[in-house]
Design a binder for this molecule. Structure first.
Ligand SMILES: N[C@@H](CCC(=O)N[C@@H](CS)C(=O)NCC(=O)O)C(=O)O
Length: 248
């Protein structure tokens, strides 16, 4: 069997979610480095890439055997789980699956705001994300964290019950990146259930390998990393990924 191709970079949260799933399920893949937003060769806005994913975003999956390509992290994850029968992370029982789908839809305009409000402005000063946008994103994120603190995580260990599902992987790549050991741009003290869930998620196989890029960059709360630091972090992340894939 030929390994799947995944287009992206380790620094992208949705790419990390797909990589984490593949490592957790011990499914080999080749990561083809693709620069988000770039029109150059190996860029996500290059015509060759747009032919694979017209949205022009990473991640994008490609099956070597069939030529099938697919964008959108959550579509990729549910497709892989369905086609490989990964019932543990995406049960086929309609009600259980629907709960996970509901989170995956909710995610985009809620938990995903972590990137817009907290991480992107600290790393990409060049984007000049306006204060009003950042404040709006912070507010949305806080409301979403309060909701999961008081509902899903109040009675269960994970977002959709008592074991890890696709919902947890998708949520953690956004929320987890804010922790003190990574970017350190958010205070989790008002959210004890979320904090316990974050600790549990760190035990899930593949966590460390996909988070090397953030561990390397470290605390960005005071100063933005420069291009050399980002490049070095990506190189370390790729080495760690290669090692992990060689052990599958
Ligand atoms: N909803 C998409 C979001 C993907 C996304 O925003 N990817 C970013 C990198 S984290 C990207 O490719 N940005 C480049 C662009 O928009 O041109 C998914 O979950 O896959």
């Amino acid at each position: 069997m030929h390994p799947l191709i995944l287009y992206g970079v380790p620094f992208s949260q949705p790419v990390r979610a797909v990589m984490w799933l593949l490592l957790l399920k011990k499914m080999p893949f080749d990561l083809v480095l693709t620069n988000p937003g770039s029109k150059g060769d190996n860029g996500s806005r290059h015509p060759d890439f747009l032919a694979k994913n017209p949205a022009g975003t990473i991640p994008c999956l490609e099956e070597r055997e069939t030529g099938f390509t697919l964008g959108e992290a959550h579509a990729i994850m549910t497709y892989l789980a369905r086609t490989h029968g990964w019932e543990d992370v995406y049960p086929s029982v309609p009600t259980a699956q629907a709960r996970i789908d509901a989170y995956l839809h909710y995610h985009h305009r809620n938990l995903r705001e972590a990137s817009v409000g907290l991480v992107a402005p600290a790393i990409r000063k060049d984007l000049n994300i306006p204060d009003v946008v950042q404040q709006g994103a912070r507010k949305t994120l806080s409301a979403a964290l309060t909701a999961i603190e008081q509902s899903s995580l109040a009675g269960h260990g994970y977002l959709c019950g008592d074991s890890v599902t696709l919902a947890d992987l998708a949520a953690y790549v956004e929320i987890g990146q804010l922790q003190p050991q990574f970017t350190n741009v958010f205070d989790f003290s008002p959210y004890p259930n979320v904090q316990r869930w974050l600790t549990r998620m760190q035990q899930v196989a593949g966590h460390d390998a996909v988070h090397v890029v953030l561990a390397e960059l470290g605390d960005i709360s005071q100063a933005a990393p420069d291009m050399d630091q980002i490049r070095a972090a990506n190189i370390k992340a790729l080495q760690a990924l290669k090692l992990e894939l060689s052990r599958l």
